[in-house]
Design a protein around this ligand. Structure first.
Ligand SMILES: [Zn+2]
Ligand SMILES: [Zn+2]
Length: 219
């Protein structure tokens, strides 16, 4: 299996499987699945069922959350017997029906994870300016400027979940970013700090700003 080609949802699914395996592993006796095996084992189980999941589930995200099937009633008839047999042989469920319950639990935590809303942006606040890295008073910069939101959504430049992403910048750096490009360009081409930092002009500003005194000095 060529792991890097799989979507991020697959890895979330595998993590949910691993958590369910941990939760089901008998605590009173030594489990058949030790920590070293957990990664291999959850990868194996994930690869056994990933392809038979409906695409609305495999592609699920915050944007598509309304299309996620009902996990209580969704048919699991096509789950390969190897999946149930493996769970049973590792004492992770009592019988075949147990394997279905196991999988529904995994899928419901998976669906909750992948459709979770983006973090409230103030919680991403950093202590230092994300550009010059100085420990100074910060302002927040809408990486996708608010005046462009309607256009961004209409033209599908970015998913709705990204629209309110912010960077925490000191006032001089904030001004520098807005001098660097127009709001449309910021929204379209410089909607992450990484993209901004790739530009020479921004790097030159950064080296300059990092040497300036401003408020509380670092360290
Ligand atoms: Zn700064
Ligand atoms: Zn701004």
């Amino acid at each position: 299996m060529d792991a890097p080609e799989l979507p991020t949802q697959y890895y979330t699914f595998k993590d949910c499987l691993a958590r369910q395996i941990i939760a089901r592993s008998p605590s009173d006796s030594s489990s058949d699945v030790d920590d070293a095996q957990l990664d291999d084992f959850s990868s194996f189980l994930a690869s056994e069922v990933w392809d038979i999941l409906p695409s609305t589930l495999r592609d699920a995200s915050y944007e598509t959350r309304a299309t996620v099937p009902d996990l209580e009633t969704m048919s699991l008839d096509n789950v390969p017997p190897s999946f149930s047999d493996t769970l049973t042989s590792y004492a992770l469920c009592p019988d075949d029906d147990g394997a279905e319950t196991f999988l529904r639990r995994v899928l419901s935590s998976y669906a909750a994870d992948v459709t979770a809303p983006p973090p409230p942006w103030p919680s991403t606040r950093t202590k230092e300016c994300e550009l010059c890295e100085r420990d100074v008073p910060l302002t927040y910069h809408h990486l996708i400027p608010r005046s462009t939101h309607a256009k961004v959504l209409k033209r599908k430049w970015h998913p709705e979940s990204m629209i309110n992403s912010v960077a925490w910048l000191c006032r001089p750096c904030h001004t520098a970013v807005h001098r660097f490009a127009r709001t449309d360009e910021l929204a379209r081409n410089y909607y992450t700090m990484q993209l901004l930092l790739e530009r020479d002009e921004i790097q030159r500003w950064k080296s300059y700003a990092a040497k300036q005194r401003y408020g509380v000095k670092r360290g």
